[in-house]
Design a protein around this ligand. Sequence first.
Ligand code: PMP
Length: 460
Amino acid sequence: MTYQNFSLSQLQAIDAAHYLHPFTDHKDLRASGARMIVRADGPFIYDSEGHALLDGMAGLWCVNVGYGRHELAEAAYEQMKELPYYNSFFRCATPTPVLLAKKLAELAPKHINQVFYGSSGSESNDTALRLVRHYWALEGKPEKNIIISRNMAYHGSTVAATSLGGMSGMHEQLGGAVPNIKHVMMPYAFELALPGESDHDFGLRAAKAVEDAILEAGAENVAAFIGEPIMGAGGVKIPPASYWPEIQRICRKYDILLMLDEVITGYGRTGEWFAAQSMGIEPDTITTAKALTSGYQPLSALLVGDRISKTLVEKGGEFYHGYTYSGHPVACAVALKNLEIIENEGLVERVKNDTGPYFAKMLQERISGHPLVGEVRSLGLMGAIEIVKDKATRERFQPEGSAAVVVRDHAIAQGMMMRATGDSMILSPPLIWTRETIDMAGDRIVKALDLALADLSKAK
Ligand code: PMP
């Protein structure tokens, strides 16, 4: 039975009857019906009605090598025939995750040499939380268990990952977070910088909020700080250059572990293999997922620095944690092939030296002057466009977030898949985008902004 035997309205009816989608208002979805994406190739996705859309989000920040990579399908097929599954519990291993761990240690910053696998970013952040608390317990300091995070952080949707995150709506529905996680201000200059405050000074002030939280809790009670190098789901918020080095200095001063969540930024998005390298910091853990397989298989890898792994190995004692699919051989085979593609095609260098700067120039020259745009920002192939009602005062349209949805809907109608988060339009395309693809995206975004301006002016 294939989907071609069904009309769009039949599929939508079945979807409405049986499928509860993630992060969805189910009443809303039933009123509108889902768009069916049925196939994809290179930078394009295609819906059931034959419309081609340029995928400005790489799926969900993950399809870094683009669609239609048969080598990845073949890698999965070969591994499935040889050994579809075996676990790594009870002193067993399978070769593919072992070889992937070696490869990841080679790509990661020098002080990172060990890997713990899961199937999603959320799971990996659960692992990270468990691991840092376990580390301090092994070090004889179990009271050091508070974790500091930021408002609007997104670390996933399991109970622990929701607790680590700083999304208030998610916390409300959770009705009781994992204890001992504190949230401080985010480094978002566009909304939070004081009048006349430089980006540099704002970055230091946002970092100081972490130091204040440490002092308030007592450094002897704080295990770690966690953050996304660039807040992704919260709106591609790129901190000032002063922020991360200062965070690292503070963590070292108070002997607090630094956990970096690179689920979005890992594997080339910022023009380095890891954003830790873009930010000039050496975290103790790096959470990765998504682009590790370019989304062709679910897989996450928590990269664990020498400080933590040395204690685990020297002190011993079982770490009571793991998943059936930790080190799934098929997912790991796809990851190995995916990393080989990224390397062979020089995608990371291309983002750093060519497409990343060209993307920034396109946003600056073609988008930033638009009457609806308060700011554009990007690093590598990750960017945001702030939608405002008044360019000079940065006043937003009301209700908040409504204008960005108008832009997004026009963008999709123009063949440009992009996302609205609050009043930020966000972009995180596959790393295979060329200058031509970036120009095409620019054309479509400008058209969408013009059409949205006409609609929003009527509504004023
Ligand atoms: N961390 C970050 C920074 C993310 O952006 C996401 C997902 N967008 C996650 C964790 C959770 O990953 P997953 O959805 O694979 O659980």
